[in-house]
Ligand binder design. Structure first.
Ligand code: 0A1
Ligand code: ZN
Length: 890
């Protein structure tokens, strides 16, 4: 394992590789503890590299058994340092031929001992790989960097009984028994040159479902999804999502699949969500397996999105890959953008937008506002695994959406076509990508590229003034962005603000406006104004009466907006804005304001605020018979973490909890009748369907239940108990259990016990049971989590279990993670240090729960800092955890 306290890798130091590897022939003999890998590399000097340079191959904890250069064996016992240098982490050929040559390397690896789940490892009895970002070097010595593209042929061999299924990238070109043995082999060939991080293999005894997709040009593609035996039926929805993804990419982006086979394998031990290996996606089984009685509607939506995401990578990531890891957002931001578009087309676009923005604010905004802030394209990293972040993924997607708003749909689509055309088969950069849109839009995108190179969330402040005599309405915009680590001063961003003016009669005004200098505002024809400077004044003309501005419609840019809308303006927007996103936003803003004032009062020893107008506005939304999924979003209050983020400093999580519970209770009481009526009206009356409409009805019904319980805990609990007992979908079952879990007493214990007994043996369902208990906002929560860690269903070696129980406590239980005695911090840092020895990636991710520690009030801040310092002081940390600990404290 690398323990180097290495220098950071810097974007500005990028150099083309000195050698290229055109062909890789791998021969892998699978064995539980001694897998043999023979790799034959066709190497040649890179014309763009340094002539005569040594060839330096990456390794990570490798044991080399044999090395031969152009057929000549090196004596590994007595290596001549003038010829080659060999360590577990590097193989250097000092003076390779200055012509094409072959290098043959044999390594032996122990997949059963691989607890980091990087490289070749075992999940259950299966063998699988994870090579992004730098896992291939744990299999064999290689130029393990994304700008070295090679054509792979892979021969896999295993005991037939142990691994009847042998998969790798590309198409299968041969297979057979090995005469006179109990072994067999499969030969795979992938014609598309790819970087090593996209290599994959799987060997095991798995169940499969098969289907077929015919591309628009008539290519028949055999589709396979491979899962644990007995779980085949649970993969049907994933298969359906895959076929829809393949069809959608053809119509939405003109992209067709390019091999004869597409395989997905679900494994239960996986560090992340899934991986887009060419033709052989490997998935965390959480994003494949679903049935109505085991998966919630949210799970179904995630499966659809992740299946699409990995499939879309075939073009954005695989056919066009990244030149270096600094360009990670080139594939990730773009692919998230594409999967968001897909889900919006499959479901309700406005509701999807609300969910995406909620997620962005919950995950990315705190990152951008804290010590771990980094550019969407970072310029340095110590450990690349720590950069699979919400900033690279979610903000990366937002910027592409913003680009589309700036240049319009047509230039955007043409720019994408140009990008696919021009960069197919290459390892590209963000500059390459942006240049395509600059060309199709005929626009200088230099300022736009600041979104990639400046961290932090811009703040847009707006002041409004209406002049009745002049019939003008003036909006004064200003933008600013706080310093982030290493970036004290920020240049102004280009920020498209989609907007409308809602008139008294509640329709949108036709917009006519000029700049402060009288110039017309061209982009207004698209309903947008662009901020490009620190300040801008827009004067709307011919405005008969004071309008209500609806700003940042659809969340047209990833910024924080500060506009002191009056409460009555917000109420107007909640009821009448033509932009659904802003109807929802107005409700959130209104609730946040109430909550922020309440938190102050609670901290001063007072009671929280009641506001019947807000309840009234929510009642109208419920009465309106709006889209249930939308109504569910509107009546769901900002989370405790959302409120903490709004407060931004001197945060007291206990006061937030009290204030939010009080508001829920008040709304629950005010809306008792309509909540009950909504709950009754939306009772399940048709066979289960995971589609968006049915899911929306369940979402609203459960959101209504949640508020109703807050107002009437006794009757609410009995409704929830009935729902729990009769539920035939996991969505309804877990929603009811969530309600019951928040009320101490025997019923709670019985319900938790009943749930466990009903789902014992289904690890993914038991994860919900773990998470739900970890998030109970009671002083006993930490003890409960500790007890559950000893439960037979828990395993610290499995990332899903760790995230479900420990991750949910750290990220989803604001009051107890931030307990005033520091016990939550000590618990998490203790786990991080222990887990680091097994799985540094998962440990580092868990530690990033501290990303907002500086916003806490003084006592907690001190405790959190002390806990982080104890981690940073441990001498044996992995680079992953060390990096997060040190950056968090910097
Ligand atoms: N490229 C994958 C995410 C991924 C990244 C790293 C991994 O291991 C360290 C695994 C998966 C995606 O975007 O889906
Ligand atoms: Zn991805």
């Amino acid at each position: 394992m690398r323990t180097d306290s290495a220098e950071p890798v810097r974007l500005k130091d990028y150099r083309a590789p000195d050698y290229l590897i055109d062909k890789v022939d791998l021969d892998v003999k699978l064995h539980a503890t001694a897998t043999k890998v023979v790799s034959r590399l066709a190497v040649r000097p890179n014309p763009k590299g340094r002539p005569g340079a040594s060839l330096v191959l990456d390794g990570d904890g490798l044991v080399a058994k044999r090395i031969a250069l152009d057929g000549r064996e090196l004596d590994l016992q007595r290596l001549d340092p003038a010829t080659a240098l060999l360590t577990p982490d590097q193989l250097t050929i000092i003076a390779p031929p200055d012509r094409p040559f072959t290098l043959e390397i044999e390594t032996e690896i122990d997949p059963s001992a691989n607890t980091r789940l990087m490289g070749l490892y075992r999940s259950g009895s299966a063998y699988c790989t994870q090579c992004e970002a730098e896992g291939f070097r744990r299999i064999t010595y290689f130029l393990d960097r994304p700008d070295v593209l090679s054509v792979y042929t892979v021969r896999l061999e295993a005991e037939l009984a142990e691994a009847p299924l042998l998969l790798s990238n590309g198409n299968k070109i041969a297979e057979g028994k090995i005469e006179g043995t109990s072994r067999h082999f499969a030969l795979w060939s992938d014609p598309f040159p790819k970087p090593s991080y996209l290599f994959a293999l799987v060997g095991g005894d798995l169940g499969s479902i098969h289907d077929e997709f015919t591309t628009r040009s008539g290519r028949k593609v055999a589709l396979g999804i491979h899962v644990e035996h007995g779980k085949e039926a649970f993969a049907a929805y994933a298969m359906d999502a895959l076929k829809r993804s393949m069809a959608w990419d053809e119509t939405a982006f003109g992209r067709e699949y390019d091999l004869d086979i597409f395989n997905i394998v679900a494994v239960s031990d996986f560090n992340m969500g899934a991986m887009e290996n060419k033709g052989l996606n490997i998935f965390n089984d959480k994003y494949v397996l679903a049935s109505p009685s085991t998966a919630t509607d949210t799970d179904y939506a995630h499966i659809e999105a992740v299946i699409a995401h990995e499939y879309f990578h075939n073009w954005t990531g695989n056919r066009i890959t990244c030149r270096d890891w600094f360009q990670l957002c080139l594939k990730e931001g773009l692919t998230v953008f594409r999967d968001h578009e897909f889900s919006s087309d499959m479901r309700s676009r406005p509701v999807h937008r609300i969910a995406d923005v909620r997620a962005l604010r919950a995950q990315q905004f705190p990152e951008d506002a804290g010590p771990l802030a980094h550019n969407v394209r970072p310029d340095a990293y110590l450990e690349i695994n720590n950069f699979y972040t919400a900033t690279i993924y979610e903000k990366g997607a937002e910027i592409i959406r913003l680009l589309k708003v700036l240049i319009g749909d047509e230039a955007f689509r043409k720019g994408m076509d140009l990008y696919f055309d021009r960069y197919d088969g290459t390892a590209a950069t963000i500059e390459d990508f942006i240049s395509c849109f600059a060309e199709t839009a005929q626009r200088d995108l230099t300022q736009f590229s600041l979104w990639y190179n400046q961290a932090g969330t811009p703040l847009v402040e707006v002041a409004a003034a209406y002049d009745a005599a002049a019939r003008t309405f003036t909006l004064d915009f200003s933008q600013s962005c706080k310093p982030t680590p290493g970036q004290d001063v920020k240049e102004p961003f280009v920020i498209p603000i989609a907007l409308g003016l809602v008139a008294e009669g509640h329709g949108d005004l036709k917009l006519a406006a000029s700049d402060s200098d009288g110039a017309s505002v061209a982009e207004l024809s698209r309903g947008v104004i662009e901020l490009t400077t620190a300040q801008r004044r827009i004067v709307f003309t011919n405005v008969a009466s004071r309008p209500v501005p609806s700003l940042l419609r659809g969340f047209s840019a990833p910024v924080r907006l500060n506009y002191a809308a009056s409460e009555s303006d917000l109420l107007t927007l909640i009821s009448h804005d033509s932009d659904s996103f802003n109807r929802w936003q107005a409700a959130q803003t209104y609730a946040s304001r109430l909550l922020l004032r309440s938190v102050e009062l609670v901290r001063a020893g007072g009671v929280s605020i009641r506001d019947e107008s807000f309840s009234g506005a929510l009642r109208r939304v419920l009465e309106d018979n709006a889209d249930p999924a939308f109504a569910a979003q509107v009546i769901t209050l900002p989370s405790e973490a959302d409120i903490a983020r709004e407060i931004g400093q001197d945060v007291d999580p206990d006061a937030i909890h009290v204030a939010r519970e009080a508001l829920r209770k008040a709304i629950g009481r005010d809306l008792r009748e309509i909540l009950l009526a909504t709950y009754a009206r939306l009772a399940e009356n048709a066979p289960y369907s995971p589609d968006a409409a049915a899911a929306g009805r369940r979402a609203l019904r459960n959101a209504a239940l949640d508020l109703f319980v807050a107002g009437d805990p006794v009757e609410g609990a009995s409704l929830a108990a009935r729902q729990f007992e009769s539920a035939d979908t996991m969505t309804n079952e877990i929603a009811a259990l969530g309600v019951l879990a928040h009320t101490p007493g025997r019923e709670r214990d019985a319900a938790l016990e009943a749930f466990y007994r009903a789902h014992e043996g289904d690890a993914l369902v038991i994860d919900k049971w773990f998470a739900l208990q970890a998030m109970i906002p009671e002083a006993d929560a930490l003890n409960r989590v500790r007890r559950l860690m000893a439960h037979r269903a828990f395993s610290i070696a499995n990332p899903n279990r760790v995230r479900a129980l420990i991750g949910a406590f750290a990220a989803g239980n604001q009051t107890q993670f931030n307990a005033l005695d520091g016990s939550g911090y000590d618990f998490i840092t203790g786990i991080v240090v222990d887990l680091d020895r097994k799985n540094p990636q998962v440990a580092a991710r868990l530690l990033s729960a501290f990303k907002s520690w500086r916003t806490l009030e003084a006592k907690r801040r001190g405790l959190a800092e002390a806990a982080l310092r104890r981690v940073a002081g441990v001498g044996t940390l992995s680079p992953d955890v060390k990096d997060i600990a040190e950056r968090s404290l910097a």
